[in-house]
Design a protein around this ligand. Structure first.
Ligand code: ZN
Length: 250
Protein backbone atom coordinates (compact mmCIF):
# COMPACT_ATOMS: atom_id res chain seq x y z
CA UNK A 1 0.00 0.00 0.00
CA UNK A 2 1.23 3.49 -0.83
CA UNK A 3 -0.70 6.41 0.51
CA UNK A 4 -1.66 8.98 -2.03
CA UNK A 5 0.16 12.24 -1.85
CA UNK A 6 -2.29 14.97 -1.18
CA UNK A 7 -1.13 18.26 -2.51
CA UNK A 8 -4.57 19.71 -1.87
CA UNK A 9 -4.46 22.66 0.44
CA UNK A 10 -4.67 22.21 4.20
CA UNK A 11 -7.20 24.87 4.90
CA UNK A 12 -6.17 27.48 7.43
CA UNK A 13 -8.25 29.53 9.81
CA UNK A 14 -7.15 32.28 12.20
CA UNK A 15 -8.53 31.07 15.54
CA UNK A 16 -7.37 34.11 17.43
CA UNK A 17 -5.02 36.89 16.49
CA UNK A 18 -1.73 35.40 15.22
CA UNK A 19 -2.76 31.80 15.82
CA UNK A 20 -3.78 29.73 12.78
CA UNK A 21 -5.34 26.27 12.61
CA UNK A 22 -4.65 23.95 9.65
CA UNK A 23 -7.01 21.00 9.74
CA UNK A 24 -5.81 17.49 8.94
CA UNK A 25 -6.50 16.60 5.34
CA UNK A 26 -5.81 12.92 4.82
CA UNK A 27 -5.29 9.57 6.45
CA UNK A 28 -2.56 9.57 9.07
CA UNK A 29 -2.29 13.33 9.11
CA UNK A 30 -2.90 15.66 12.06
CA UNK A 31 -4.07 19.18 12.81
CA UNK A 32 -1.33 21.77 12.80
CA UNK A 33 -1.11 25.22 14.36
CA UNK A 34 1.01 28.25 13.51
CA UNK A 35 1.77 31.11 15.85
CA UNK A 36 3.05 34.28 14.25
CA UNK A 37 5.21 36.98 15.77
CA UNK A 38 3.58 40.18 14.57
CA UNK A 39 6.89 42.11 14.70
CA UNK A 40 9.27 39.69 12.97
CA UNK A 41 6.71 37.46 11.15
CA UNK A 42 8.57 34.46 12.58
CA UNK A 43 6.43 31.34 12.79
CA UNK A 44 6.23 28.59 15.40
CA UNK A 45 4.63 25.44 14.00
CA UNK A 46 2.95 22.87 16.22
CA UNK A 47 3.32 19.30 14.94
CA UNK A 48 4.70 18.27 11.58
CA UNK A 49 1.82 16.17 10.22
CA UNK A 50 2.04 13.64 7.40
CA UNK A 51 4.96 13.96 5.00
CA UNK A 52 2.53 13.64 2.09
CA UNK A 53 0.54 16.59 3.40
CA UNK A 54 3.47 19.00 3.71
CA UNK A 55 2.90 20.60 0.30
CA UNK A 56 -0.78 21.01 1.28
CA UNK A 57 0.26 22.73 4.48
CA UNK A 58 2.60 25.11 2.66
CA UNK A 59 -0.14 25.94 0.17
CA UNK A 60 -2.59 26.55 3.00
CA UNK A 61 -0.08 28.78 4.79
CA UNK A 62 0.53 30.77 1.65
CA UNK A 63 -3.19 31.37 1.25
CA UNK A 64 -3.22 32.76 4.79
CA UNK A 65 -0.33 35.07 3.92
CA UNK A 66 2.24 33.00 5.83
CA UNK A 67 5.66 32.28 4.32
CA UNK A 68 6.99 28.87 5.36
CA UNK A 69 10.54 30.24 5.18
CA UNK A 70 9.64 32.07 8.38
CA UNK A 71 9.13 28.83 10.34
CA UNK A 72 11.82 29.11 13.01
CA UNK A 73 10.55 26.65 15.59
CA UNK A 74 8.65 23.36 15.43
CA UNK A 75 7.01 22.04 18.59
CA UNK A 76 5.95 18.40 18.71
CA UNK A 77 3.18 17.05 20.94
CA UNK A 78 4.28 13.40 20.76
CA UNK A 79 6.21 10.79 18.84
CA UNK A 80 3.50 9.20 16.68
CA UNK A 81 4.06 9.00 12.96
CA UNK A 82 1.09 11.16 11.96
CA UNK A 83 2.56 14.02 14.03
CA UNK A 84 6.25 13.70 13.15
CA UNK A 85 6.87 12.23 9.70
CA UNK A 86 6.27 15.56 7.97
CA UNK A 87 9.50 16.74 9.64
CA UNK A 88 11.64 14.97 7.05
CA UNK A 89 10.46 16.71 3.86
CA UNK A 90 10.07 19.96 5.77
CA UNK A 91 13.64 19.90 7.11
CA UNK A 92 14.90 18.93 3.65
CA UNK A 93 13.07 21.91 2.15
CA UNK A 94 14.47 24.22 4.81
CA UNK A 95 17.99 22.83 5.09
CA UNK A 96 19.60 26.20 4.37
CA UNK A 97 17.79 27.74 7.27
CA UNK A 98 16.52 24.88 9.46
CA UNK A 99 14.00 25.54 12.21
CA UNK A 100 14.74 24.38 15.75
CA UNK A 101 12.69 21.31 16.74
CA UNK A 102 11.36 20.89 20.29
CA UNK A 103 9.94 17.76 21.93
CA UNK A 104 9.84 15.85 25.19
CA UNK A 105 11.55 12.73 26.57
CA UNK A 106 10.67 9.67 24.50
CA UNK A 107 9.86 11.78 21.43
CA UNK A 108 13.35 13.33 21.56
CA UNK A 109 14.93 9.89 21.94
CA UNK A 110 13.10 8.34 18.96
CA UNK A 111 13.70 11.27 16.60
CA UNK A 112 17.36 11.69 17.60
CA UNK A 113 18.04 8.01 16.94
CA UNK A 114 16.24 8.13 13.57
CA UNK A 115 15.43 4.41 13.71
CA UNK A 116 12.85 3.56 11.00
CA UNK A 117 11.30 0.78 13.04
CA UNK A 118 10.57 3.10 15.97
CA UNK A 119 9.11 5.88 13.86
CA UNK A 120 7.11 3.45 11.69
CA UNK A 121 6.38 0.49 13.98
CA UNK A 122 6.24 -2.64 11.84
CA UNK A 123 3.29 -3.89 13.87
CA UNK A 124 1.19 -1.16 12.31
CA UNK A 125 2.10 -2.44 8.85
CA UNK A 126 3.57 0.86 7.69
CA UNK A 127 6.97 1.80 6.30
CA UNK A 128 8.64 5.19 5.69
CA UNK A 129 8.51 4.41 1.97
CA UNK A 130 4.71 4.59 1.99
CA UNK A 131 5.10 8.15 3.19
CA UNK A 132 7.86 9.08 0.76
CA UNK A 133 10.00 9.98 3.76
CA UNK A 134 13.68 9.37 4.32
CA UNK A 135 14.16 8.88 8.04
CA UNK A 136 17.37 10.30 9.48
CA UNK A 137 18.56 11.32 12.92
CA UNK A 138 17.38 14.83 13.78
CA UNK A 139 18.71 17.33 16.26
CA UNK A 140 15.97 17.94 18.81
CA UNK A 141 15.84 20.35 21.74
CA UNK A 142 14.54 18.54 24.81
CA UNK A 143 11.78 20.31 26.74
CA UNK A 144 11.90 17.78 29.58
CA UNK A 145 13.30 20.11 32.22
CA UNK A 146 11.46 23.22 31.10
CA UNK A 147 8.28 24.42 32.74
CA UNK A 148 7.59 27.12 30.22
CA UNK A 149 8.76 28.18 26.76
CA UNK A 150 8.37 31.69 25.40
CA UNK A 151 7.48 31.87 21.72
CA UNK A 152 7.25 35.62 21.23
CA UNK A 153 6.12 38.70 23.13
CA UNK A 154 2.49 37.52 23.00
CA UNK A 155 2.64 33.76 23.51
CA UNK A 156 4.39 31.77 26.22
CA UNK A 157 3.45 28.13 26.74
CA UNK A 158 3.63 26.04 29.88
CA UNK A 159 4.85 22.49 29.21
CA UNK A 160 2.83 19.78 30.95
CA UNK A 161 3.87 16.15 30.73
CA UNK A 162 0.63 14.30 29.94
CA UNK A 163 1.42 10.63 29.17
CA UNK A 164 -1.15 7.91 28.55
CA UNK A 165 -1.69 8.09 24.81
CA UNK A 166 2.09 7.74 24.38
CA UNK A 167 5.23 7.98 26.50
CA UNK A 168 6.41 11.26 25.00
CA UNK A 169 3.06 13.12 25.08
CA UNK A 170 2.98 16.71 26.29
CA UNK A 171 0.38 19.45 26.39
CA UNK A 172 1.22 23.09 25.63
CA UNK A 173 -0.80 25.62 27.63
CA UNK A 174 -0.88 29.40 27.15
CA UNK A 175 -2.50 30.81 30.32
CA UNK A 176 -3.07 34.42 29.25
CA UNK A 177 -4.87 33.35 26.08
CA UNK A 178 -6.33 30.16 27.59
CA UNK A 179 -5.06 28.07 24.70
CA UNK A 180 -4.39 24.33 25.10
CA UNK A 181 -2.59 22.21 22.50
CA UNK A 182 -2.95 18.73 24.00
CA UNK A 183 -1.83 16.55 21.07
CA UNK A 184 -3.90 13.35 21.22
CA UNK A 185 -4.75 13.48 24.94
CA UNK A 186 -8.30 14.79 24.47
CA UNK A 187 -10.43 15.81 21.52
CA UNK A 188 -13.52 17.95 21.17
CA UNK A 189 -16.90 16.41 21.91
CA UNK A 190 -15.56 14.48 24.90
CA UNK A 191 -13.34 12.02 23.01
CA UNK A 192 -10.05 10.83 24.45
CA UNK A 193 -6.77 9.58 23.00
CA UNK A 194 -6.30 5.93 22.13
CA UNK A 195 -4.55 3.90 24.77
CA UNK A 196 -3.92 0.68 22.85
CA UNK A 197 -0.52 1.55 21.35
CA UNK A 198 2.84 0.37 22.69
CA UNK A 199 3.70 2.89 25.41
CA UNK A 200 0.04 3.74 26.06
CA UNK A 201 -1.58 3.44 29.48
CA UNK A 202 -5.22 3.99 30.42
CA UNK A 203 -4.27 4.84 34.00
CA UNK A 204 -1.80 7.51 32.85
CA UNK A 205 -4.32 8.84 30.33
CA UNK A 206 -6.94 9.19 33.07
CA UNK A 207 -4.49 10.96 35.37
CA UNK A 208 -3.31 13.31 32.62
CA UNK A 209 -6.88 14.24 31.69
CA UNK A 210 -7.74 14.72 35.37
CA UNK A 211 -4.78 17.08 35.67
CA UNK A 212 -5.79 19.31 32.78
CA UNK A 213 -9.47 19.23 33.81
CA UNK A 214 -8.63 20.36 37.35
CA UNK A 215 -5.76 22.76 36.77
CA UNK A 216 -6.07 24.48 33.41
CA UNK A 217 -8.61 27.12 32.44
CA UNK A 218 -9.10 26.48 28.73
CA UNK A 219 -11.05 28.46 26.17
CA UNK A 220 -9.36 27.35 22.94
CA UNK A 221 -8.96 23.59 22.78
CA UNK A 222 -6.70 22.79 19.82
CA UNK A 223 -6.25 19.01 19.60
CA UNK A 224 -4.25 16.83 17.21
CA UNK A 225 -7.26 15.57 15.29
CA UNK A 226 -10.81 16.49 14.34
CA UNK A 227 -12.34 19.83 15.24
CA UNK A 228 -11.23 22.60 17.54
CA UNK A 229 -13.40 24.36 20.14
CA UNK A 230 -13.63 27.72 21.86
CA UNK A 231 -15.47 26.06 24.73
CA UNK A 232 -12.46 24.14 26.03
CA UNK A 233 -13.35 23.65 29.71
CA UNK A 234 -16.69 22.10 28.85
CA UNK A 235 -15.19 19.72 26.30
CA UNK A 236 -12.38 18.70 28.66
CA UNK A 237 -14.91 17.97 31.45
CA UNK A 238 -16.73 15.67 29.03
CA UNK A 239 -13.48 13.89 28.15
CA UNK A 240 -12.70 13.59 31.85
CA UNK A 241 -16.01 11.87 32.59
CA UNK A 242 -15.61 9.58 29.60
CA UNK A 243 -12.05 8.64 30.63
CA UNK A 244 -13.20 7.79 34.14
CA UNK A 245 -16.00 5.60 32.76
CA UNK A 246 -13.39 3.48 30.92
CA UNK A 247 -12.70 1.71 34.22
CA UNK A 248 -16.00 -0.09 33.74
CA UNK A 249 -14.74 -1.70 30.54
CA UNK A 250 -10.98 -2.18 30.96
ZN1 ZN B 1 -0.90 9.81 18.54
Amino acid sequence: MVFKSSSSEKRGKEVLKNLFYFSENQMLDCNQYCIIDSDTQEIALFDAGNSLAVSGLLKGMENCGLDHNNIKKIFLTHEHIDHVIGLYPLMEKMKENPPEIFAYGETVKILSEGDDSKICPGALGITPKMFGAKIMPLKITDLTNLKEIGINSEFSFQIHYTPGHSLGSISYYEPSKKVLIPGDLVFTGGSIGRFDFPGSSLKDLQNSIKFIAEHLDVKYLLPGHMNISDDGNKNIKMSYRYAQSMDLYF
